[in-house]
Design a protein around this ligand. Structure first.
Ligand code: FHN
Length: 445
């Protein structure tokens, strides 16, 4: 074959491969469809469970940061019993909290798998007194409660001999293509095992240590979506994820991503740390949830089970306390969309999906009637969510000759107020319509 024919054949093959790949991307089910339940869910429970609970120390980081030697960190394997593990009880408690989904660590950066992986021997099933797969019974129990399930997976694995990084001061190797190829095969092997659980979402972590190419992030995404075209991935896959994952800090401004989830600890620790008593109160956590709801996002609140599988009492109380509020205010939580600009109401707001109901979240004791400015809609009726009391309102200061809406005042009697956050629903005539123009000098009366 002469060189011209060879070039022509190469070009035809190159074009075919590219057309195939671009088609592969464009054949994904649209994100809006895949993440529809996630957008409505608003509240999930994160679970950090691992051998780090035995000594009550930082998950993986305690050896990475040289607080403890790796050898001593791994001795915690001997103390992990899961002897009181009751995934059904966990799932029922998660449901009682009002969460609609839950994400559990299947493997943290320490490389200890919570499922019975066949890729290596570093797992709870093979190396601890628990001697069992923890993930299968959890997934089954969660599905039985009609909750969605997500699997957390650390891409990096500081224990694996073929993974280069080890601690903040030591690496296993600088550059070794053979080792990296072996680790990549291991990672894909574990990911293929996780697809068997058919999770509703994958929560990657640790992507910061390598590039998308090194992780083969594109191929990971293709593998997971091929297995379940309706699944989706958090942001931590080096640009190949579906939704943003701000962590610990409540966003100050509304995140740019249409789909986002704040992950946060109840105290300051992801894993069980009995010394960490810095728990946020139920009231503070409800207000954080409301903050996320008002900006159109989710809260993924972490719990940290003990080595025997029991959940700390403080955390059970918090979940139940949040559940009181979520159960009372369902209509103002699930399926809502972000609220109106703060200039119109000095507090958190959200809208119903059809934009005809405006929810006000009042996290304090009003000194007088609530005020909403710049609402062009007429009001159909106003009621207290979870209580049903209808509230009176009046519009003040509307001038017949001016297009500027009057000021809407709503009285909220003390007896209808919730001990944490009171929610007021305003049914509007039509979709919310706000006055956003500059109010000008008077030109006529
Ligand atoms: O390093 C981890 C950390 O241990 C914890 O798992 C959090 C949870 O989002 N993720 C990483 C830090 O961003």
């Amino acid at each position: 074959m002469n060189s011209q024919k060879k070039i022509l054949l190469f070009l035809i093959c190159f074009l075919f491969i590219n057309i195939f790949h671009s088609n592969a991307q464009s054949t994904e089910i649209p994100k809006e469809q895949r993440l529809a339940w996630f957008k409505d869910a608003k509240f999930g429970i994160f679970i950090h469970w691992g051998i780090y609970a035995v000594n009550g120390i930082d998950e993986s980081w305690s050896f990475y940061n040289n607080y403890i030697s790796y050898t001593d960190y791994m001795k915690q394997l001997n103390g992990f019993t899961a002897k009181n593990y009751n995934p059904t009880e966990w799932a029922k408690l998660i449901k009682e909290s009002g969460a609609k989904y839950t994400v559990i660590t299947t493997k943290h950066h320490d490389g200890v798998a919570l499922w019975n992986t066949k890729q290596n021997d570093l797992s709870i099933a093979k190396k601890t007194p628990a001697k069992k797969d923890l993930i299968t019974p959890f997934v089954n129990a969660v599905r039985k409660e009609n909750l969605k399930v997500g699997l957390y997976f650390s891409l990096l694995d500081w224990s694996h001999p073929d993974y280069p990084n080890f601690t903040r001061t030591k690496t296993k190797y600088k550059k070794d293509e053979k080792k990296w190829k072996s680790f990549t095969k291991f990672n894909f092997g574990q990911l293929k095992e996780l697809t068997k659980f058919n999770p509703d979402l994958y929560w990657f972590d640790g992507d910061w240590e390598q590039s998308a190419d090194k992780w083969k992030a594109k191929e990971i995404r293709q593998l997971l979506l091929k297995n379940n075209p309706n699944t989706f991935i958090n942001s931590r896959l080096q640009g190949y994820g579906d939704y943003a994952t701000p962590e610990q800090g409540v966003p100050i401004t509304k995140p740019l991503s249409k789909f986002w989830e704040l992950c946060m600890t109840m105290n300051n620790s992801w894993g069980f740390q009995p010394n960490d008593k810095a728990y946020k109160s139920v009231n503070q956590l409800i207000r954080i949830l409301v903050d996320c709801i008002s900006m159109g996002g989710n809260l993924l609140l972490d719990i940290a089970p003990k080595p025997d599988g029991t959940i700390p009492e403080e955390q059970i109380k918090i979940l139940k306390g949040i559940g009181r509020w979520t159960n009372k205010h369902k209509e103002a939580i699930y399926g809502t969309r972000s609220g109106i600009p703060k200039e119109h109401f000095n507090g958190y707001t959200a809208l119903s999906k059809d934009k005809t109901t405006l929810y006000l979240y009042v996290d304090n004791k009003p000194n007088g009637p609530l005020l909403i400015k710049g609402l062009k809609n007429k009001v159909n009726r106003i009621w207290v969510v979870g209580n049903g009391t209808k509230l009176s309102h009046k519009v003040v200061g509307k001038q017949y000759w001016s297009s500027v809406p009057g000021m809407l005042y709503i009285d909220v009697p003390e007896k209808v107020q919730d001990k944490d956050v009171t929610v007021i629903a305003i049914l509007l005539k039509g979709k919310v319509d706000l006055y956003r123009e500059e109010v000008k000098a008077i030109e006529s009366n």
